[in-house]
Every structure is written in C-alpha cells, then in structure tokens.
Design a protein around this ligand. Structure first.
Ligand code: SF4
Length: 173
C-alpha cells in the first residue's frame, strides 16, 4: 500500500500531452470567429451539436472546444441545449435510420439564418459506417449542408477555422 502511494506521488501522468497549438493561434481564431459572428448576427454565435449516429469520437473533439484548454466560451461562442436558440447545427456521424426524423425536426426547429456543418468523415460520407444496416446516408442526404469539416475525428482548431470561413462567406453573400 505504501509503495502504491509513493508511486502515485512521483509517477508522471499517463495522460497525453496537451495539443501543440500555440495559445496565440487559438486566441486569434476564436476571437476572429466571435467577431465575424457579431458582424453577421449582431450577437455571439450559438451552436447546437447533433449526434446522428457517430461513434462519439467527433463529440470528444467538439466537447474539447469547451474544456479549459480551448475554452471558446470566453470568446462568446456558446453551445446551446435547444435548436431554437442555435445558429449552427454541428452534425456528427452518418445519419442512422433511428435519427433521421430527429435530425429533420431539429433542423425545422432552428430559426433562420441557420447553417448546417457536417463534422467528420462519417457525417461527410458515412466513413467506417458506410456498410452498416443502420446507416441511411451522409448528413447531406437529409439536410442541406453548408460546410464539411473532414477528419476522423477533426481537431478543434479545424472546426474553428471552418466556422470562421462559413460565417465570413455568408456575410459576403
Ligand atoms: S469520423 Fe471518425 S471519430 Fe467521427 S464519428 Fe466517424 S468514426 Fe467516429
């Protein structure tokens, strides 16, 4: 027992090193996204995440945007519980038969202007679930997709860059 306690005190953590993204890059990206959202919407950006059938790997990276390392809420980017409060739907996974109606209803409940972001290779093209009996197709088979963020899973920084491009493009259009 004593040996275990001593080992616990002096052993290095077994967790991975923090991502090698410079704080400056993260702050610049998140602040830029907050600014373009305010210019386009007159307020900060609200995001609703929808899991249409993912393995939850993409969710882990999306959740990371809220952890103490990325902490994007300090720039005014918020994840909301209801699609009625959302500007962006970030959809992960291929769409499963059981989630099709839920996804359609979530989209219908989101007020315009709204954008749909397909997050990850499964959302973009069904990925590893392409041959699953439960999969009916990619997100674009059910909803109009405005942006695809590829990766398995994509990194949080790629999500921030994608959202900036999307909101900037919509402001120009
Ligand atoms: S893209 Fe990869 S991490 Fe995301 S849901 Fe598919 S298999 Fe999982």
């Amino acid at each position: 027992m004593r040996r275990m306690l001593l080992e616990g005190l002096f052993r290095r953590p077994v967790t991975e090193e923090a991502p090698a993204v410079a704080d400056a890059e993260l702050e610049e990206l998140a602040a830029r996204l907050g600014a373009v959202a305010r210019a386009r919407l007159g307020r900060s950006l609200s995001i609703r995440e929808v899991d249409a059938g993912s393995c939850n790997g993409c969710e882990l990276e999306i959740h990371a945007l809220n952890n103490s390392y990325y902490d994007v809420e300090r720039f005014g980017l918020r994840f909301v519980a209801s699609p009625r409060h959302a500007d962006v739907l970030m959809v992960t996974g291929p769409v499963t038969a059981n989630m099709r109606e839920g996804l359609e209803r979530t989209y219908a409940a989101t007020p315009a202007p709204k954008w749909v972001v397909a997050v990850g290779d499964c959302a973009a093209g069904c990925g590893v679930f392409r041959k699953s009996y439960a999969t009916i197709g990619s997100v674009s088979a059910v909803l109009p997709v405005d942006l695809v963020i590829p990766g398995c899973p994509p990194e949080p920084i790629a999500m921030l860059k994608g959202l900036i491009g999307l909101i900037e493009a919509s402001a120009r259009g």
